[in-house]
Structures are given as structure tokens and as C-alpha cells.
Design a protein around this ligand. Structure first.
Ligand SMILES: Cc1cc2nc3c(=O)[nH]c(=O)nc-3n(C[C@H](O)[C@H](O)[C@H](O)COP(=O)(O)OP(=O)(O)OC[C@H]3O[C@@H](n4cnc5c(N)ncnc54)[C@H](O)[C@@H]3O)c2cc1C
Length: 298
């Protein structure tokens, strides 16, 4: 199984301390309050949390409980939760910063667009996925706008001696933010796709030269656009499972995708969901899962 870096599960009630627009499409929300006093970070640059938003008409979010180290959602509507990266954790001030892509519509983007200081939000303990070899010589970090907060933190935390190639695909020049300056790092901004149809992420990754030595490739973006990227790394370059991580962060036109998924017959859905009840290598499972989805036109 792929490494997941975790800390003991907890659920926190935080409050918005301040907001800051980093660009017209990226808004930072800083969370604080006494509920974050015992927040623990994994320290991993792409660590993510589940944010729990108040449901329509209420100000307080309904928080899950923790049973035997796992989240227990009870009857909570799962549509009140979304996954976001911890852009930074200031331990002294007890503040967690989250950078939201401000896009068309959705529970999270609407909340982030309108939120004011004092508003509550729930979050759980973080999990990290980025897991490079110990003596990392080089890394490639590629993302679209949604992966940019994680990419920025990964870059910030990169040791000086690591040779780093960064490529970020964004809709346009206004979306380019100031990234942490690192030694031995080359950054390219690609304008146009933002991961969805018309994305050049696959072409970009295929053109990258991967140096010799111990390396790691990390890619985050639109789920369908990344399918061919993962296949390229795994089946054409034949990189071992532990030397790359490709993570689908969002799904373009997710409502129609979900409708088509919900319309699948019970046995097909059981096949898809049953795949994950296995301790086989996660990349092998992903091969089968993505093949099935592709065959179903999903
Ligand atoms: C591990 C992980 C870390 C993530 N970290 C971040 C982060 O730090 N910042 C961040 O902004 N996102 C991040 N995401 C992505 C975020 O969870 C999704 O974009 C999420 O769907 C947004 O929820 P929403 O309520 O705004 O929109 P939803 O209700 O999920 O979707 C509503 C509509 O918006 C579209 N949509 C969703 N996301 C986007 C997008 N990014 N751009 C354009 N259209 C979109 C959907 O296709 C749908 O049509 C992360 C995801 C994962 C898995």
C-alpha cells in the first residue's frame, strides 16, 4: 500500500481569523481559535484535511466524532465536507492557513468567497501523501491551480541540495502567484488549461527530463486529466510505485460524473468499490480501477 503519513485522529472547531486574496482565483483563509490548540501537523508538505462546512442556513458545522481512531460521521451529510491542503501551520499562534481556489460554484468555494472573520469551520487531523526516498537528489512537482497550495508548501520545505523542476498549469497570467524561492529550482508556468479539457499536463510531464539519481515525481490536479500521466510514469517509464505520486484533486463537471456513476448497476458499482477491500499495491489497484472507469466512459 502507498505510504500515508498520519497523526492521531482528532476533530477541531476552528474560527476564521482573517482572509487574503493571493490572486483573483486563490483566496487564503487563516483559521485559529482555542479549538486548534491541540492541532498536530504531520509535517508533510501536501498534508490535507477534511473541512466541515455549516449546512445551509446554519452557522455552526456539525462535527463528526472519533471512534477507535476513525472519524464517525453518524448521520452527517457528507456533502458538507471537502478536502483541502494545510498550506501552513503556525504552531506558536495556533493558526492553520488554507488556500482556496475560487471557482464557479460549490460548498467550499462559496464559503471561502463570502466568509468573514469569526465564522466557524470544522477540520480533522491531517494526512500526508508526498513520500520521497530518503536521500532525494531530484524531484519533479507538477500541478494545476488546485494543487498549487500543496506544491508551494512542498517547495518551501525542500532541502537546498535537491534539484527541483516545477511546472504549474493555470488558466491565465493573473493566476501566477509568488512561489517560495529555492536553490536549484526551475519553475515554468503554463497558461490555458487548469487541468481540465485542453490541459497540457500529460504533454508537459512527457517532455520532462528525469535526471539520474534518487528522484521523486509528484503530480496533483484534475482527476481525469491525470489518468494518462500516472499511466505514463508507471507503464512507460516503469517507475517503481514508491518513486511517484499522482493525486486527483478535483473532477471537472463532477455533478454529471456523479450522475453517471450513480446510474451504474449494483454489480458494477460493487466491482468498483470492492477493489479497495484489498491490501494489494495501490498502484495496481488504481490500474484496474481506472481501466474499469475508462471502459464505462467515466
Ligand atoms: C488531497 C487534496 C488536497 C486538495 N487541496 C486543495 C487546496 O489546497 N485548494 C483547493 O482549492 N482545492 C484543493 N483540493 C481540491 C478540492 O477538494 C476540490 O476542488 C473540491 O471539489 C472543491 O469543492 P467545492 O465545494 O468548491 O466544489 P464542488 O461542490 O466539489 O464542485 C462544484 C463544481 O465545481 C467544479 N470544481 C471543483 N473544484 C474545482 C476547481 N478546483 N476548479 C474548477 N472547478 C472546480 C466541479 O467540477 C463542479 O462542477 C484538494 C483535493 C484533494 C483530494
Amino acid at each position: 500500500m502507498t505510504a500515508r503519513i498520519t497523526v492521531p485522529m482528532q476533530v477541531h472547531r476552528a474560527e476564521v481569523v482573517r482572509t487574503q486574496d493571493l490572486s483573483p482565483t486563490l483566496r487564503r483563509v487563516v483559521l485559529g481559535g482555542s479549538g486548534l490548540a491541540d492541532f498536530r501537523t504531520t509535517g508533510v508538505g501536501d498534508e490535507y484535511v477534511r473541512l466541515i462546512f455549516p449546512v445551509d442556513g446554519q452557522t455552526e458545522p456539525t462535527l463528526p466524532t472519533v471512534t477507535d481512531g476513525n472519524l464517525d460521521y453518524g448521520s452527517i451529510d457528507l456533502n458538507t465536507m471537502r478536502t483541502y491542503t494545510v498550506r501552513s501551520f503556525d504552531e506558536q499562534r495556533g493558526e492553520v492557513s488554507i488556500d482556496f481556489v475560487v471557482h464557479g460554484h460549490g460548498v467550499a468555494t462559496t464559503w471561502a468567497r463570502n466568509v468573514v472573520p469569526g465564522r466557524p469551520l470544522g477540520l480533522n487531523s491531517p494526512t500526508g501523501l508526498y513520500c520521497p526516498p530518503q536521500n532525494l537528489d531530484w524531484q519533479v512537482l507538477v500541478s494545476d491551480l488546485a494543487g498549487l497550495p500543496a506544491l508551494a508548501r512542498l517547495l518551501e520545505q525542500t532541502p537546498d541540495e535537491v534539484q527541483t523542476r516545477v511546472v504549474v498549469e493555470v488558466p491565465g497570467p493573473d493566476d501566477e502567484i509568488c512561489l517560495p524561492k529555492r536553490a536549484r529550482t526551475t519553475v515554468t508556468w503554463v497558461r490555458g488549461g487548469n487541468g481540465r479539457v485542453g490541459s497540457r499536463l500529460d504533454e508537459i510531464v512527457r517532455k520532462l527530463h528525469l535526471p539520474d539519481g534518487d528522484g521523486y515525481v509528484w503530480v496533483a490536479g484534475e482527476t481525469a486529466a491525470l489518468r494518462s500521466v500516472r499511466r505514463y510514469l508507471r507503464h512507460e517509464l516503469r517507475l517503481p510505485s514508491d518513486s511517484f505520486k499522482v493525486v486527483g484533486y478535483w473532477t471537472d463537471a463532477s455533478e454529471s460524473w456523479q450522475e453517471r456513476y450513480d446510474a451504474l448497476d449494483d454489480s458494477t458499482r460493487r466491482d468498483l468499490e470492492g477493489l479497495w477491500d484489498s491490501d494489494r499495491d495501490e498502484e495496481e489497484l488504481l490500474d484496474e480501477y481506472e481501466d474499469l472507469l475508462t471502459a464505462l466512459g467515466l
